[in-house]
Design a protein around this ligand. Structure first.
Ligand SMILES: [Zn+2]
Length: 433
């Protein structure tokens, strides 16, 4: 048993002083108690002076290899740059990857995530095969490279295995997409099954309504229900996707997902930037989640999600660093609220109740809500859950002037991940001093 005694601990009851956390040898929180009133003083207490421990942030949506594009796609790629011209640059990057280079890039990026305060990541992984589309001798070689990088860095990885079949509605894959594609949904599910049988935490991820046809969607959704796996899918990020969907199916992407049986409590829609009221109603009806990725959505010019309508419909939100153009959960969450303020031209949009401030809800989006979307039992500091924490330096200049009742607002609106000086996963300090 290990004991940590930071100056403060953020539990579901709020910010606590003089609190000790007992952690079992297998990295689970055993108990949380008041050091001053506890009957027997524990031996071997590790004091963490000047630190407030909060639950580690959960990064629900990452394409780790896109970290290599950071800063390199802002020069002209065409006469009018959009998501689609950026995508060509991303495909070129994806073409270059090997299991070895992917491992190295993922390992460094996961270390960067940990340093920024993410203790878990949902890796939406789609670069599966050799550049021409031929499987590697080990069909999950690229997945294994990511998992090994995660283990080496010390981050908790949920591998969201992406299903990819085609370039667009009834169109064969383009050259740059071949290595994303399996020959059949059975071949894809066999690779998922192989990882599951090794105990790898996995989810299924039909890439988008563009990339996956109906019978694949149905098979993947059935599989996720049978084995209680999260199902993640991109939808409504770009207007062009909605127009194509309307032209082919006469409905919007989220309506199509419902028609294909892909909505449910285990479903997370990535982006939902242009979701309309009907689609939001469907998400509420099926108790699905939305993952917003504000820094990437800003970088790619996607638009601003309908935050107020999603909140009013009680749809859980969570966050992802997506293209990893920035890795900072505080910034990601701040931009959810700031972009919502710009969309609605008012302040305090993401609040749990009218008299509240955004801090507590932003923390929930960044931790518990994200954990649920990945099927993880983490995201809160409570007995019985993994000891996944971040340590915030409460004496950092950016935090100066905080009170216990506005600590989270000072954190989210006044600071960045530079105030996070340590990250713990499963009771082990994996980043920081
Ligand atoms: Zn994505």
């Amino acid at each position: 048993m290990k004991h940590l005694a930071p100056d403060y601990v953020y539990t579901p009851a709020g910010l606590q002083r003089n609190t000790c956390i007992a952690i079992s040898d297998d990295g689970i929180i055993d108990s949380i108690f008041d050091l001053e009133t506890h009957a027997i003083a524990p031996t071997n207490v590790d004091a963490l002076p000047g630190i407030a421990l909060l639950p580690g942030f959960v990064n629900v949506h990452s394409h780790v290899f896109q970290r290599a594009l950071r800063g390199h796609t802002h020069r002209p790629l065409s006469s009018k740059d959009t998501f689609w011209t950026w995508r060509n640059a991303m495909y070129a990057e994806a073409q270059r990857l090997t299991p070895e280079t992917l491992y190295t890039l993922a390992q460094k990026t996961y270390q960067e995530m940990l340093a920024a305060g993410y203790s878990s990541v949902g890796e939406f992984h789609y670069v599966h095969h050799q550049p021409g589309g031929q499987p590697y001798a080990e069909p999950n070689a690229m997945s294994e490279a990511i998992l090994e990088a995660g283990r080496e860095a010390g981050i908790r990885v949920v591998l969201l295995m992406t299903a990819y079949a085609q370039a667009g509605f009834q169109q064969a894959p383009e050259e740059g997409q071949r290595r994303f594609c399996d020959d059949s949904v059975e071949a894809y599910l066999a690779r998922v099954e192989a990882l599951r049988s090794k105990g790898v935490p996995v989810g299924v991820a039909p890439h988008s309504i563009r990339a996956v046809p109906e019978h694949w969607f149905r098979a993947v959704a059935d599989y996720s229900r049978t084995y209680h796996l999260p199902l993640h899918v991109h939808a409504d990020e770009q207007i062009a996707e909605i127009e194509q969907c309307q032209a082919v199916y006469g409905c919007t992407p989220i309506e199509l997902l419902e028609r294909f049986g892909a909505l449910g409590p285990g479903t997370t829609i990535i982006h939902a930037t242009h979701a309309n009221d009907t689609e939001i109603g469907l998400l509420a009806q099926h108790r699905s989640t939305v993952c917003v990725c504000p820094t990437t959505e800003g970088d790619l010019g996607d638009g601003i999600a309908p935050y107020a309508e999603l909140l009013a419909a009680n749809i859980p939100l969570c966050i992802g660093s997506d293209s990893n153009t920035r890795l900072d959960p505080i910034e990601e969450l701040r931009w959810a609220e700031y972009s919502a303020r710009m969309r609605y031209q008012r302040r305090r949009v993401l609040v749990a109740d009218e008299m509240g401030s955004p801090g507590p809800l932003l923390l929930d989006y960044g931790t518990q809500s994200g954990a649920r979307a990945l099927g993880l039992q983490t995201g809160v500091i409570a007995p019985g859950l993994p000891a996944d924490f971040i340590g915030v330096d409460v004496n950092h200049p950016a935090m100066a002037g905080w009170y216990s009742d506005d600590f989270l607002d000072v954190l989210f609106f006044g600071a960045s991940s530079e105030v996070i000086t340590q990250t713990w996963v499963g009771g082990r300090k994996v980043s920081g001093k």
